[in-house]
Design a protein around this ligand. Structure first.
Ligand SMILES: Nc1nc2c(c(=O)[nH]1)N[C@H]1C(S)=C(S)[C@@H](COP(=O)(O)OP(=O)(O)OC[C@H]3O[C@@H](n4cnc5c(N)ncnc54)[C@H](O)[C@@H]3O)O[C@H]1N2
Ligand code: MOO
Length: 338
């Protein structure tokens, strides 16, 4: 690449986007390929560009825009599209709502190569259509093609990124507790659960209030399963009192327990289990009194086709202590990352 003074550049073609920042604007003031005219000289000087590069092709070298496009192509995925290049980078955006996945080990290997940087939302992040998911660029204006080939090779047999779209599910809500069943207090869980479920494609089959009696809880669960429910949320009776029967009732339904107890707080006493395709989730009482608990962390994955594992739950421990912020920013926070 040849460096020349802006005053001597009239008639020359810019070989990369040139960024300006002013009054809240940050973006490309001049695009790659723009032919510099006399009137551009003052504008370039005003954004601090006294010199520009003139591109000279060299074998084995690759320009930032082509490099970014190659990186995007090696990590293409369904239900998302790339935009760019702009300022040398490609940005991945979601075409649907779902749970974003990133292969962290592979991401680290690619970023270790040298000039390449790929940055993403956190693994398991819930996203909406239009959200930015990842951005890719090389740091210098030019890199060796060999570095891009190395990254491409790493992505040959495994996916770097994925977006798991939410699937429509039928949901049954089972509320336990003698105080609610006998009318001593009003139920608060149905409203809480239904509000959280509005973020996902689902049909709520109903909400059943049960006494602290195992057979009644099992019967309510079976009734929803017979109606095709793929997600059952059980509330209350999840801790250590003699009347806390929900975990035993879920076991009695024949579900395979993935975990009873999650290293995350609030929501420690959560139970995750599966009976065939259906997820049976025991939700501790804290979900009623706090804006965000483990339930909010689990819901995105519960609406995908990928089952929650014990490893997933163990990974919640670091950062899993909610900071109880005055204004809750979940999921844009430390809580619930795995
Ligand atoms: N000694 C210990 N105490 C507690 C533990 C523990 O491990 N050792 N765990 C704590 C955790 S964590 C939670 S969360 C709570 C509550 O757990 P439960 O899910 O068993 O909740 P309940 O005992 O059934 O109810 C607690 C409280 O909330 C009211 N409630 C419950 N469901 C409803 C509803 N649908 N609508 C309105 N109000 C509801 C209930 O009446 C109780 O007042 O336990 C900690 N304690
Ligand atoms: O199970 Mo509890 O307060 O950690 O929700």
């Amino acid at each position: 690449m040849k460096k020349i003074r802006v005053e001597d550049a009239v008639g020359q073609r810019l070989c990369h986007d040139i960024t300006a920042m002013r009054d809240g604007f940050k973006g490309a003031a001049f695009r790659r390929g723009h032919v510099i005219s006399k009137k551009d000289i003052e504008a370039l000087l005003a954004i601090g560009k006294k010199h520009i590069f003139i591109w000279e092709d060299k074998a084995g070298e690759i320009h930032e825009e082509e490099a970014a496009q190659r990186l995007a192509a090696m990590a293409s995925l369904q239900d998302a599209h790339y935009e760019g290049p702009s300022e040398g980078k490609m940005v991945l955006k979601a075409d649907t709502s779902g749970m974003f996945r990133v292969n962290r080990r592979l991401l680290s290997e690619i970023n270790r190569i040298g000039d390449i940087t790929i940055t993403t939302l956190p693994d398991h992040y819930p996203v909406q259509k239009g959200d930015r998911l990842a951005s890719m660029r090389i740091i210098p204006l030019v890199t060796t093609e060999e570095q891009i080939e190395q990254a491409e090779k790493l992505c040959q047999n495994e996916n770097l990124l994925a977006l798991l779209p939410y699937k429509k599910k039928k949901v049954g809500i089972i509320i336990t507790g003698s105080e609610i069943y006998e009318g001593r207090i009003a139920d608060k869980f149905e409203m809480v659960a239904k509000k959280k479920l509005t973020a996902f494609p689902c049909e709520v089959l109903g909400a059943t209030i049960c006494d602290d009696r195992q057979e009644q809880i099992v019967e309510a669960a079976q009734s929803y399963l017979n109606q095709g429910a793929e997600l059952l949320l059980f509330s209350g009776g999840m801790s250590v009192d003699p009347d806390d029967l929900t975990p035993a009732a879920i076991k009695a339904c024949g579900a395979e327990i993935i975990t009873y107890g999650v290293p995350s707080q609030p929501g420690n006493m959560t139970l995750v289990s599966y009976l065939g395709k259906a997820a049976l989730v025991g939700v501790p009482g804290a979900a009623i009194s706090l804006p965000v608990t483990v339930l909010d962390v689990l819901l995105p994955q519960l609406f995908t086709d990928v089952k929650i594992t014990k490893e997933d739950m163990l990974a919640l421990a670091e950062g899993g202590l909610c900071q109880l912020c005055e204004v809750c920013h979940f999921p844009n926070c430390t809580f619930g990352r795995y």
